[in-house]
Design a protein around this ligand. Structure first.
Ligand SMILES: Cc1cc2nc3c(=O)[nH]c(=O)nc-3n(C[C@H](O)[C@H](O)[C@H](O)COP(=O)(O)O)c2cc1C
Length: 318
């Protein structure tokens, strides 16, 4: 990345968290992002996608950030039906998920579970690309069992007209924890002609700058949990720094709008609190010194208890 150019920063897909509602509220309070990849659309048993399945990707719900829908399909018929339907909705780019590590998914040779089978990946691309209307990118891991899987796969992707490849620098078998492996990502850089996006544990400006220094050719970076733990991170990476009191005001306003929007959307306190608890697992890091109050959030069974917990967290951080 040249020093004068700003990096391109993309919100990672986090299923159950970064849906259209979250993306809209986030973008209303924080800057710095250039786009988002939406969480994967569940493959359907028929090639017909009910409108409900695509509700999150309706264009009118996605005006605040450019968004790329994501597919998890591994059957050509379903892939083409969904991809071309998304094109009709206005999407010119879609993304194929070769990264999901969840065992139920990987066992079906979907997500990162397909990475040990490069022939199947190449066969699917050969089957779909001639008829697929939107452009395609891929989001993958270094491998499922072993980083050698990406080394075998990447040269075989060169002939295809992909718009890019995002690599989450972990193995599928690691799920979401354990060390990322930037050395393995470095080896991937030599094995592809495609534009690479780096993903995995970009948790601070300093981490970003270390990685950007190491990979000067990489211009695109994807951030997931780091952006929940510090919603200012994309802006900070781009050189904007908010002061202490202003930070807290923005964080509280973001939370309150998110809460109201989710309450409006989700039926019943169980669903609402369940969703918010998912977010707080990471969001708590935005409030230094308040970690001890996280249990109050995770134990809350009523809106009242939840709000008391939020007050304790915001109060501690003041
Ligand atoms: C709760 C959760 C849900 C996720 N859902 C998706 C998904 O739908 N599609 C996908 O490609 N990756 C998904 N991921 C992986 C993230 O997009 C990202 O690759 C991973 O979290 C590493 O980046 P990070 O360290 O910046 O979070 C998910 C991760 C988490 C923690």
């Amino acid at each position: 990345m040249s020093e004068s150019l700003q990096p391109e920063l993309i919100m990672a897909p986090l299923k159950g968290i970064t849906d259209a509602l979250f993306r809209r509220v986030y973008a209303a309070h924080f800057s710095g992002l250039d786009g988002a990849v939406a969480p994967f659309i569940n493959p359907q048993s028929t090639a017909v996608f009910a409108d409900k399945v695509l509700a999150d990707l309706q264009p009118e719900a996605n005006t605040s950030l450019p968004v790329t829908p994501q597919l998890l399909n591994t059957d050509a018929t379903g892939f083409l039906a969904l991809g071309n339907r998304l094109f009709e909705l206005g999407y010119r780019d879609i993304n194929w998920n070769l990264g999901c590590p969840v065992r139920m998914v990987a066992k079906k040779r979907r997500g990162s579970g397909l990475l040990p089978y490069p022939d199947a990946i190449v066969a699917l691309l050969e089957a779909v690309l001639p008829e697929l209307k939107p452009c395609l990118s891929i989001k993958m891991r270094l491998g499922y069992h072993d980083a050698r899987e990406s080394l075998a796969l990447l040269p075989r992707l060169d002939p295809f007209p992909l718009t890019g490849i995002t690599i989450h620098a972990r193995l599928g078998s690691q799920l979401y924890s354990g060390q990322t492996d930037p050395d393995a990502f470095a080896r991937c850089c030599y094995l592809t002609r495609h534009r690479l996006t780096y993903n995995g544990d970009i948790t601070s400006r300093q981490v970003f700058h270390e990685l950007a220094g190491r990979f000067p050719a990489v211009e695109r970076w994807m951030i997931g949990r780091g952006l929940l733990a510090n919603p200012f991170l994309p802006a900070e990476i781009k050189g904007e720094v908010a002061s202490g009191p202003a930070r807290l005001v923005s964080l509280a306003a973001f939370h309150d709008e998110l809460f109201l929007a989710l309450k409006d959307r989700l039926s019943g306190p169980g669903h609402l609190l369940g969703r918010l608890k998912q977010i707080w697992i990471y969001f708590i890091d935005a409030f230094p010194g308040a970690h001890r109050h996280l249990k109050k959030i995770t134990r809350a069974t009523s809106e009242h208890a939840y709000h008391e917990a939020v007050q304790a967290i915001v109060g501690t951080a003041e």
